[in-house]
Write a protein of this length. Structure first.
Length: 277
């Protein structure tokens, strides 16, 4: 009975999420404030339904649902929705919610068609510990912040292009000024980097205790430390003002593509996260 209710809840969430993204798209094309408000409230309902789904899943599984790829994708979407709503509330950059939730909806669709593998769940149950949960949750928070930062860089380039071509209009004003987009993107990376560092330190400690035979040259481990190095360089060049403006936005976009590569490709090749596949 609980499984059926959760399935129906997930289906309703997908439908409302799709309508919300569609309304944001209408607003983006036609500067329709009514569509924007309707999309915002729909997205708020989606966030509430996702939270309820996570709670029910936790009650049903007896643990926090982040230990398999199926669960992790859902939690990642929840983080994206949460952060996009929070950033929009604080900075009022309208289109950040739209662009972030295009990504969020795409991941939600991937999650929907990801098969639930019982073997993976059994192994995940055996490996579960407080350290592992903290590691995963911190990593997903960092990935969420990197994602919002990436979206802000996309918005920066759109705004830069509109200004360069002198395309004045309502959309230009609603995108926010270039300095705000760049600074907020940088701030999110500054927050996400130490969080990811802590997550990796905790993960390495947990693996050292639980999996002493682990290969430390695993693709996922190397990829994660490479991400830390890339974003450290990003912050360094920003502080030293060696790279700024449009070039910094391109740097940030390229850095996030490496995050995606590490999560999807290196994760599938990894033995370190073998219970997630």
């Amino acid at each position: 009975m609980v499984d059926i209710s959760m399935t129906r809840l997930h289906e309703i969430t997908i439908i409302l999420y799709a309508i919300s993204v569609l309304c944001y798209f209408v607003d983006f094309l036609h500067n329709n404030r009514k569509a924007n408000r309707f999309a915002f409230w729909l997205l708020s309902i989606v966030w509430l339904l996702q939270t309820i789904f996570l709670f029910l899943y936790m009650m049903n599984a007896g643990r926090f649902p982040v230990l398999t790829i199926f669960e992790g994708l859902y939690f990642y979407v929840w983080v994206l929705v949460t952060l996009s709503l929070c950033v929009n509330a604080l900075k009022k950059i309208d289109f950040i919610v739209f662009f972030t939730n295009i990504l969020g909806f795409a991941v939600m669709v991937i999650h929907t068609f990801t098969p639930i593998q019982n073997g993976s769940q059994i192994v995940a149950q055996q490996l579960m510990s407080e350290l592992l949960l903290i590691h995963i949750m911190m990593a997903f928070f960092a990935y969420g912040a990197f994602t919002i930062s990436f979206v802000l860089s996309i918005l920066y380039l759109i705004q830069y292009d509109l200004l360069k071509r002198k395309k004045w209009g309502k959309r230009l004003k609603r995108l926010g000024n270039l300095a705000s987009l760049e600074n907020l993107s940088y701030l999110l990376n500054v927050i996400a980097l130490p969080v990811l560092c802590c997550a990796l330190i905790i993960g390495v400690k947990w693996a050292n205790i639980k999996l002493p035979e682990i290969d430390w040259f695993d693709s996922k481990i190397i990829g994660s430390f490479f991400i830390i190095m890339i974003y450290s360089i990003f912050i360094f060049v920003k502080l030293r003002k060696q790279v700024n403006g449009k070039n910094l936005a391109y740097f940030n976009i390229a850095s996030f593509l490496i995050v995606l590569l590490n999560f999807f490709l290196f994760g599938s090749l990894s033995e370190f996260h073998y219970w997630n596949t």
